[in-house]
Design a protein around this ligand. Structure first.
Ligand code: AMP
Length: 217
């Protein structure tokens, strides 16, 4: 049995064509079902639904053999861009693309604050990425960890800036925030448990190869 960990929403939707290329069809719609283990058309493959941030944990510790996780989630999981023990990242799937950016209120002069060497209060869910980014720039920041609705932080005076994922930019615009710096491009990667790769080599290699052949350009 191969267990594949996916999160609901964009990653699930954009992984379906890759699964199709591997001859795998998920038999239930996660938006309609309450089941956390979804059967597929193949008796030897099942999908488990987990929170996006839990995908690396499931795969690293063998709760799933393979998974799909955003680069943002993987960096936050390992605390750096180095990778982590037991978690093999063979493919950038080029799906669920967006960017990690710094955004501020339109009336906050970010460039001046950086230039003057002021301490900037930054609210984010992505503390590892933010810490590394500002350390590399030599900017002093006080990081404020949030778990959601980051856009609210500059509007309420909790922070001067946020570090968040941006796709269309509509969420920032709706909250009168402006993007002032792109930190990195984000896409989702295939992650594989290293022990599974040895023990279920043939089956997992086949999935990796099929996914690779179907990566969108
Ligand atoms: P947008 O309004 O299209 O710029 O989308 C921004 C919102 O969607 C932010 O709240 C992000 O946290 C979230 N978001 C955008 N793209 C992704 C992604 N690939 N993965 C997870 N969250 C995302």
């Amino acid at each position: 049995m191969i267990t594949l960990a996916l999160s609901k929403g964009r990653i699930f939707e954009e992984t379906l064509p890759l699964l199709a290329a591997a001859g795998i069809q998920v038999l239930e719609d996660p938006e309609k079902s309450r089941k956390l283990i979804l059967p597929t058309n193949r008796d030897d493959v099942r999908v488990v639904l987990v929170r996006a941030t839990d995908v690396p944990t499931y795969v690293q510790h063998g709760g799933a053999d393979i998974g799909v996780a955003g680069k943002d989630v993987l960096i936050e999981h390992t605390g750096s861009q180095e990778g982590s023990d037991g978690l093999y990242q063979p493919l950038d799937l080029n799906i669920a693309k967006c960017r990690m950016s710094v955004a501020v209120r339109a009336d906050f002069d970010y460039a001046a604050a950086v230039k003057q060497g002021s301490r900037i209060r930054v609210a984010t869910k992505y503390t590892a990425i933010a810490r590394e980014h500002f350390a590399n720039k030599g900017v002093h920041v006080d990081l404020i960890k949030l778990y959601g609705s980051m856009e609210l932080a500059p509007l309420t005076g909790l922070a001067d800036a946020i570090v968040d994922l941006v796709s269309t930019g509509n969420t920032l615009k709706a909250n009168k925030l402006v993007e002032v710096e792109e930190i990195m491009q984000i896409s989702s990667r295939l992650v594989v448990n290293q022990a599974s790769l040895k023990l279920k080599r043939e089956a997992i290699r086949a999935v990796i190869q099929a996914f690779e052949s179907a990566i969108p350009q």
